[in-house]
Design a protein around this ligand. Sequence first.
Ligand SMILES: Cc1cc2nc3c(=O)[nH]c(=O)nc-3n(C[C@H](O)[C@H](O)[C@H](O)COP(=O)(O)O)c2cc1C
Length: 218
Amino acid sequence: MKTRSLQAACLVLAILLIFPTMTSAQELKPVQLLEPQMDSGRPLMQVLKDRRSSRAFSTEKLPMQVLSNMLWAAFGVNRPDSGKRTAPSASNRQEIDIYVATADGLYLYDAKAHALEPVLAEDIRAVTGRQPFVQEAPVNLIYVADFSRMGKATDDKKVFYSAADTGFISQNVYLYCASEGLATVVRGLIDKPALTKVMKLRPDQRVILAQSVGYPKQ
Ligand SMILES: Cc1cc2nc3c(=O)[nH]c(=O)nc-3n(C[C@H](O)[C@H](O)[C@H](O)COP(=O)(O)O)c2cc1C
């Protein structure tokens, strides 16, 4: 009898431990982003004049239209016929994925669908960098190279090209932010093993850089 009660208690405990994770994972839904506004933005020369790194963020969330525009500017599809993107990539490998860490959870930007795919129903912003402001910025982009998309190049070349390709994407984000009066900073100060583990990345996926985005702290 006692064994049965113990078994039942263990079962209840297991369900209680597992169920919240399942529920919250189910709660994170795919997000269809809004059409990017092609007629928005300030003249390029003024934007270049204002581009800078900022490290003080308001906790205010980004409106959906701003997030949609920003991700399209970062690495969206700008030539649907060929599937080519707003940033160049070595041999058009398009090996950089943009993960989007918000208070709601972690998403993957699907450029073709211009949508966010749910990855984790957890707020991992604090793990995306070693600086305290990362947990306050409403959005932290994580640039992850998928080496399996880079053909037979040596690892040295994969490291070099994926770093260069990330730079172009990051600069697109910088320019969009300068145009819209948003604060941003690209970041290499990351505990990469910890972030890789939390994101449950495969061995051929490498965290390259992260970038915080939000409204400037007043
Ligand atoms: C590859 C790279 C890594 C960087 N890593 C960090 C970082 O971890 N933390 C940070 O606060 N700034 C980081 N920065 C931002 C630089 O500190 C910043 O670009 C530099 O001080 C020049 O300032 P500016 O961007 O306003 O011109 C990084 C910049 C680059 C290009």
